[in-house]
Design a protein around this ligand. Structure first.
Ligand SMILES: *[C@@H]1O[C@H](CO)[C@@H](O)[C@H](O)[C@H]1NC(C)=O
Length: 241
């Protein structure tokens, strides 16, 4: 597909790992929203509808046909480890701890102290994993997007993504996508962290080390489709056999 054709496509949406990150470069449809080079600055500056909401105003079939669609994925267990650390481990996110942590403690920790039941501030990684594997969890509501499987969030088997990028090569892949869109003045925010990749792997390895092979296997099964679809190999620290 030639560059001209790529350029006719007007928008790019991405699921980045945990969060649904909308990175959009919109030469035509959304240009007014991006009056200057800061992404979405007019939205932050008080305009009521976000670029994402404007996107939804448009006809869906046209969007699916005409837009550059891209998806960013992350190694599933590094993503889980990161979600645990950022959302449930102390001292990062009291709102998440009250919403999910308290539920995890109440459901899964026998004889929990009242403080922990109310605040959900000291959930252990093993408890978080047990919560993910508990069939009640998904019966009650879909997984939060920070730990929902990427294939269930972004439906790569039903939507035709033009590009699948990876968190592990984020700067490079983001530059590629922005190049396809051909949006001048846009660059991916945030410099690459030199030791980030190793730190992310180490965190996952450290957290999973204390998890029994039985739970490691079950968790691998839960996230297996993401490993397979996005070409991640089973982490070497797992004891799957
Ligand atoms: C899948 O991963 C392997 C090993 O990491 C790599 O050599 C190969 O090119 C990848 N395949 C695709 C389609 O990305």
């Amino acid at each position: 597909m030639g560059r001209r054709c790529w350029r006719r496509r007007v928008l790019a949406a991405a699921c980045l790992g945990a969060a649904l990150l909308l990175l959009c470069a919109a030469p035509r449809a959304l240009r007014p929203a991006f009056g200057n080079t800061a992404l979405g600055s007019s939205w932050l500056g008080g305009e009521r509808r976000s670029p994402l909401q404007k996107l939804y105003d448009l006809d869906q079939n046209r969007r699916l046909r005409a837009y550059l669609a891209f998806l960013f994925v992350r190694e599933p267990f590094e993503r889980l480890a990161s979600a645990y650390r950022n959302k449930l481990a102390r001292p990062y996110s009291p709102a998440f701890q009250r919403r999910y942590g308290a539920r995890i403690v109440q459901r899964l920790r026998p004889r929990a102290l009242p403080d922990a039941r109310a605040r959900g501030h000291d959930v252990r990684f093993a408890e978080f994993l047990a919560y993910l594997l508990d069939p009640r969890t998904r019966r009650e509501e879909p997984f939060n997007e920070h730990w929902e499987r990427a294939h269930a969030l972004c439906h790569p088997c039903r939507l035709r993504y033009d590009v699948v990028g990876k968190f592990e090569t984020l700067a490079e892949d983001a530059a590629f996508v922005l190049g396809l869109v051909g949006a001048p003045g846009l660059s991916f925010p945030g410099p690459p962290r030199p030791r980030g990749a190793a730190a992310s792997r180490d965190l996952a390895a450290r957290l999973f080390r204390d998890i029994s092979p039985f739970y490691q296997r079950r968790l691998f099964d839960l996230y297996k489709m993401d490993f397979l679809l996005f070409n991640y190999s089973a982490p070497s620290y797992l004891r799957l056999h």
